[in-house]
Every structure is written in structure tokens, then in C-alpha cells.
Design a protein. Structure first.
Length: 214
């Protein structure tokens, strides 16, 4: 009996549960997706710096300080109440996909995030005089930009968790890129004379929350 020559290619290990591993939603283009994600993340820092640079040039020191405070307060709030939900959602979806399970429960993360958003709204409304007068020097516009911006940003962080869990890093990067550039355009509008004042610059935060990409 003749022997076969050569070595057979090793079989690919089966996914847990005996099911085939989930297909790559990016069509194998993880390198391209990683580049888009890197550009999106890097653009956040770059355009945030440009946004604040334009704002400092166009606004008075007092008005610029209130815009900077708005930026800082919103960043802290978003990181505390929404970032954990993004990570929970992405890890839950990724784990279920790795085990070959279909259907990804979104109700629990959505309820938790909605609860945090509602709690923020209650606290913000209860402390409106302190926030509006002590933090923003009586500017009701900046107060409402903060409130509406934080509430609207819930959709962005939920979308980020969903996209990351499904390994749609290209769309994740595109979402972050559009958010950062849309805010910057409001500062440019003030610089070229289309709009004016701290309220117009501050609206850049709200526009960032209104830009969605799936």
C-alpha cells in the first residue's frame, strides 16, 4: 500500500458549542477598519484642540472660561454615566457572538443607560439655579446645552457599544470623526462671521450629540 506524500493542512478549531465562528462583518478588512477607527479617535483630540483654540480667539476670556467649563463638566459626566454602558454592551455582544449565540439582548443596557440619563435630568433640573448662575454666570443657553447635550449623547454611546460588539470598527471610527468635526464647525462659523457669541460656540456641543452614524 502506497503512502501519501506531504502533510495535510490542519483543521481550523471549531467555535465553542460546535458551531462555526461568526463571519467577519468587515469582509476581512480589519486593517482598513483599524485605520478608520484610529483616524476617528485621533480626530477627537485634534478637533477638540482646534475647537477650543478658535473659541479662545473669538471669545472674551470670561466667555471662553465658561465654554471650557462646559466642555470639562460634560466630559466628566459622560465618562461616568455612559462609558460603562458602552463597555457592558460591547462585551456582552462580543461574548455572545464568540459563543455562536444569536440575538443580543439590548433591554438591560438600555434600561440602565436610560436610568442614568433620567437621574442626571432630575439632578440637573433640581440644581438649575446653582448650575446656571454659579457655573455659567446666568447663561440659560449654556445650561440647556449641557442638559440636552448629555441626554442626547446617550444614543451615541449606545451606538458605540453596539458597533464595537459587532466589530464594526469602521463605522465606530466614522461616528467619532463626525461628532468631533461637527462641533468644530460651530467655532469656525463664529470665526468667519456666520455666527457670533459664546452661545453659538457652545452649540457645537449640542451639534456633536445630534450627529449619528450607523
Amino acid at each position: 500500500m502506497s503512502e501519501r506524500t506531504g502533510t495535510a493542512a490542519p483543521e481550523k478549531p471549531a467555535a465553542p458549542g460546535g458551531q462555526a465562528p461568526p463571519p467577519d462583518p468587515n469582509g476581512g478588512g480589519y486593517g482598513k477598519s483599524a485605520r478608520i477607527l484610529s483616524i476617528g479617535i485621533a480626530s477627537t483630540g485634534i478637533f477638540t484642540f482646534l475647537y477650543l483654540a478658535f473659541a479662545s480667539h473669538e471669545l472674551s476670556p470670561a466667555a471662553y472660561s465658561r465654554i471650557s467649563l462646559l466642555w470639562a463638566v460634560m466630559f466628566v459626566i459622560l465618562s461616568v454615566i455612559y462609558r460603562p454602558i458602552e463597555q457592558l454592551l460591547s462585551r456582552t455582544i462580543a461574548d455572545r457572538r464568540a459563543r455562536g449565540l444569536h440575538g443580543h439582548p439590548l433591554r438591560v443596557p438600555a434600561l440602565i443607560q436610560s436610568g442614568f440619563a433620567l437621574l442626571f435630568l432630575i439632578v440637573a433640573l433640581a440644581l438649575r439655579p446653582q448650575i446656571e448662575n454659579d457655573m455659567f454666570n446666568g447663561s440659560s443657553a449654556l445650561y440647556w446645552i449641557l442638559v440636552v447635550g448629555v441626554l442626547a449623547y446617550a444614543a451615541s454611546y449606545f451606538a458605540r457599544g453596539w458597533l464595537a460588539g459587532h466589530e464594526r470598527f469602521d463605522l465606530y471610527g466614522g461616528l467619532v470623526f463626525l461628532e468631533s468635526t461637527s462641533r468644530f464647525l460651530f467655532a469656525v462659523a463664529v470665526a468667519v462671521g456666520i455666527a457670533s457669541g459664546q452661545d453659538a460656540v457652545g452649540l457645537g456641543w449640542r451639534s456633536r450629540r445630534s450627529c449619528r452614524c450607523w
